[in-house]
Design a protein around this ligand. Structure first.
Ligand code: GLN
Length: 227
């Protein structure tokens, strides 16, 4: 096994926000999904036991910095701003920001979002981009994707800007919602690790490369993401 130092010896502690299907969601008491399976495969390579901690998306980076968790795997987009605070592994998937509306909405594209109230997940790239493009007072930041979609169903926001795969899951699970064709951005997802633990980032990258090379990553993505 690789010689890495972790928060709890012998354990790889991963933080996530388990309201982001199919990357992470609850199945009874278990947290399952793409990120949970990739983390398990990486932990196996490193000879570590995997432990998953559920928290607000917005708390992940601070929890890495304070040494509460070893890493996050949370459909987290690599951004220059986040790179000031954490290191990222190589990317394992791509994400796209999309717009969810009610079936009868007058919003047909990104151009119709001026003067609307946009539901987003606090601290996500969707939040940051919408605040930049439309102003913070046109944005209603909710704790997670599920609560943002609830706000849309209750008419408290006019649309939700969120990553494409959870968007598909939320639209499938709720009547009367649709995803607009307009895609906002394409982004890279990666694990975030403490800047104080470059050995762990290197070990995770090595594991990730092996899992890409032997087809495991693609297999996990294909299991959860329908074309
Ligand atoms: N990809 C988005 C981000 O990194 C959202 C991730 C999430 O909500 N789990 O900000």
């Amino acid at each position: 096994a690789a010689e890495v130092t972790t928060v709890e010896p012998g354990v790889l502690t991963m933080g996530t926000n388990a309201a982001f299907p199919p990357y992470e969601y609850k199945d009874g008491d278990d947290i399952v999904g793409i990120d949970a399976e990739i983390a398990q495969a990486m932990a196996d390579k490193l000879g570590l036991k995997l432990e998953i901690v559920d928290m607000d998306f917005d708390s992940l980076i601070a929890s890495i910095q304070s040494g509460k968790i070893d890493m996050s795997l949370a459909g987290m987009t690599v951004t220059e701003e986040r790179k000031q605070n954490v290191d990222f592994t190589d990317s394992y998937a791509t994400g796209v920001q999309v717009i969810i509306v009610k079936d009868d909405s007058d919003i047909a594209s990104v151009d119709d979002l001026q003067d609307k109230l946009i539901g987003v997940q606090q601290g996500t790239t969707g939040h940051l981009y919408c605040a930049d493009d439309f102003g913070e007072d046109h944005v209603n930041a909710l704790p997670n994707g599920a609560t943002a979609v609830q706000a849309l169903l209750q008419g408290k926001v006019d649309c939700v800007v969120i990553d494409q795969e959870p968007a598909k899951a939320f639209v499938e699970a709720n009547e009367g919602l649709k995803i607009l064709d307009t895609a906002y951005t394409t982004e890279d997802y990666a694990a975030a690790v403490s800047k104080d633990n470059p050995e762990l980032t290197a070990a995770l990258n090595k594991a990730l490369q092996e899992l890409k090379d032997d087809g495991t990553i693609q297999e996990i993505l294909d299991k959860y993401i329908k074309a």
